[in-house]
Design a protein around this ligand. Structure first.
Ligand SMILES: Nc1ncnc2c1ncn2[C@@H]1O[C@H](COP(=O)(O)OP(=O)(O)O)[C@@H](O)[C@H]1O
Ligand SMILES: [Mg+2]
Length: 260
């Protein structure tokens, strides 16, 4: 569904993304996990087509994002980390506007919007101006707007940030239902819990490079080293692959000292 080949992004002299190769199969939730500054947002924005790679190639459903942008982008629903919404529109107007951009304005779209608003408990506020919405409400409206044109691939940057636990659960269930129905999700997160709870496959990125990739089981197996066999949670793996193993040792010895 999504393929990246040798994707590079340079900001001036700084290389934020360093030759990424990545494949996301249809029907899975693929997690892009890494610490702050690793290059997740940069990659997500290139996949969403809002930022141009310095080098490399991105295809969506087989179509090249650079040479067939309209076709490739029509398959994508993008949920950015920093929502940009038109404050002077109501929630309902905003959804109608976004649907219109995709050439979708029928009853089916209205019905779809209604269902999402209901799901996120936003129906009551759909005719209020967006400027009066809380951060969580904006996030939920944004999620709805990204799904309104029935995309095949949903690209989400830090999906759980700013959502209350109930909405985070709704989003998780929604993404799962979306992939069960044949959709594909590519999401970024700096949180291990999110990756572990939501993703079928994970790639760990650090300093613009993928340093590990696989299912949780595969990552665990890879990370299992000697005496630690069987005890590797994703946190251990994550700390290890991102160069924080000293921290794990420090914490362990502290725990050891405290329990004596
Ligand atoms: N517009 C920009 N200009 C220069 N440097 C940037 C820009 N955007 C991001 N960066 C840098 O690129 C690196 C990757 O950033 P980003 O993709 O936002 O990482 P992440 O989302 O994983 O936290 C960081 O070092 C960041 O400071
Ligand atoms: Mg980011």
């Amino acid at each position: 569904m999504l393929e990246l080949r040798g994707v590079v992004k340079r900001y001036g002299g700084f290389e934020a993304v360093r030759g990424l190769d990545l494949e996301v199969e249809r029907g899975q939730i693929f997690g892009f996990l890494g610490p702050n500054g690793a290059g997740k947002t940069t990659t997500i924005r290139m996949v969403a087509g809002v930022l141009q790679p310095t080098a490399g190639r991105i295809t969506v459903g087989g179509d090249d994002l650079a040479s067939a942008p309209e076709l490739a982008k029509s398959r994508i629903g993008y949920i950015p980390d920093r929502p940009y919404l038109y404050e002077k529109l109501t929630g309902a107007e905003f959804l109608r506007f976004v649907a219109g951009l995709w050439g979708k304005n029928g009853d089916g779209t209205e019905e779809r919007a209604g269902r999402f608003l209901e799901l996120f408990h936003l129906s009551e506020w759909k005719d209020e101006l967006i400027e009066s919405y809380s951060h969580g409400m904006r996030q939920k409206l944004l999620i709805t707007s990204a799904l309104i044109h029935q995309p095949e691939l949903v690209v989400v940057d830090e999906p759980m940030v700013g959502l209350d636990p109930r909405s985070a659960r709704v989003l998780k269930d929604l993404l799962r239902a979306f992939v069960d129905g044949g959709g594909t999700v590519f999401l970024s997160t700096h949180t291990l819990e999110v990756a572990e709870a939501v993703c079928d496959r994970i790639a760990i990125i650090q300093s613009g490079t993928i340093i590990a990739q696989g299912t949780m089981a595969e990552l665990r197996r890879d990370a299992r080293a000697g005496a630690e066999a069987g005890h590797a949670g994703l946190e251990d793996i994550f700390l290890k692959v991102t160069g924080g193993e000293e921290m794990v040792d420090v914490v362990r010895s502290l725990q050891g000292a405290l329990s004596q």
